[in-house]
Design a protein around this ligand. Structure first.
Ligand code: FES
Length: 278
């Protein structure tokens, strides 16, 4: 899982473009096709010798390189479909609705991240239910019945923790609990004061509304992880990703090895900068 705040220099999309190949300028020499004096043209002879030697060496090197490349080319990796991946709590036990609802809420000020569907691609796990267990209201921040939400009141959601602008990963992009910044957004008839915000360039997403954009420069929402709950055990699994592809991918299934049948949450400290665009 990517954990370091390495934006912008380590963001792959901000790296300088590769320079064009710079070829050395060779000297062009004129070589007569026929020596009118019938004498041997040493220049022509030398050029022909060089071409012959280069051909032999080139054939040998080409064979060697061709034979070696097949071993150094990275293997094609990725998945053909979304796996069912059981989520594991930070303590190593299965992540259940009961645990999430008792341990996490809208005020939780640490990040809980898990990789899905590929390795090194973190997602936020959020429970946006108010800490007091009461229904959300203008004076009781939080969200129930979130699209795609699971749990008693549909308050448990998961979104990609890779920004849709230029790909800054968590914790550069972090969840901001109510009141972390003075900034609020009008949503659902109130002034919402909790959100996902990216410190790299200020994009903001609404975790109560499918991670839709609240501020740019990003224009797309964060991909949402589809969660399911085992009716018997209450254990939570990830089964799909909806919305746009994870930033940097044409297809969220391609680009690295799959995370497998289970993925453990990691706890991480957020970065809060309240750096909203004007
Ligand atoms: S990477 Fe630019 S706002 Fe997140």
């Amino acid at each position: 899982m990517s954990t370091g705040f390495a934006c912008p220099t380590a963001c792959p999309y901000l790296a300088p473009a590769p320079r064009p190949t710079e070829w050395a300028v060779g000297q062009v020499r004129r070589v007569a096709a026929v020596d009118p004096a019938g004498e041997v043209d040493e220049t022509k002879r030398n050029v022909l010798k060089l071409l012959a030697v280069a051909g032999i060496v080139g054939a040998g090197v080409g064979g060697l390189v061709g034979g070696t490349l097949q071993y150094i080319q990275p293997p094609s990796v990725g998945l053909s479909s979304y796996p069912v991946t059981a989520l594991i709590d930070v303590d190593g036990s299965p992540l259940t609705v009961t645990k999430v609802e008792s341990e996490y809420n809208v005020d939780t000020n640490s990040l809980y991240l898990f990789d899905y569907p590929l390795r090194n691609e973190p997602n936020f796990l959020l429970n946006l239910a108010p800490a007091n267990g009461q229904a959300p209201s203008a004076t009781n921040p939080g969200a129930w019945d979130i699209p795609g939400g699971v749990g008693t009141n549909g308050s448990i959601v998961a979104y990609s923790a890779i920004c849709q602008h230029l790909g800054c990963p968590a914790p550069a992009i972090s969840y901001y609990p109510p009141g972390t910044c003075s900034k609020t957004f009008s949503y659902n008839g109130g002034n919402q004061n909790f959100y996902i915000h990216c410190s790299c360039h200020g994009s903001t997403y609404n975790p109560a509304d499918k991670a839709s954009n609240l501020t740019g420069p990003a224009v797309l929402p964060l991909p949402q992880v589809t969660l399911i709950v085992d009716a018997t055990t209450g254990e939570i699994s990830a089964t799909n990703l909806t919305g746009p592809p994870v930033n940097g991918h044409l297809n969220s299934l391609q680009g690295d090895y799959g995370v497998g049948s289970s993925s453990q949450l990691e706890k991480e400290s957020p970065i809060w900068l309240c750096s909203f665009p004007a």
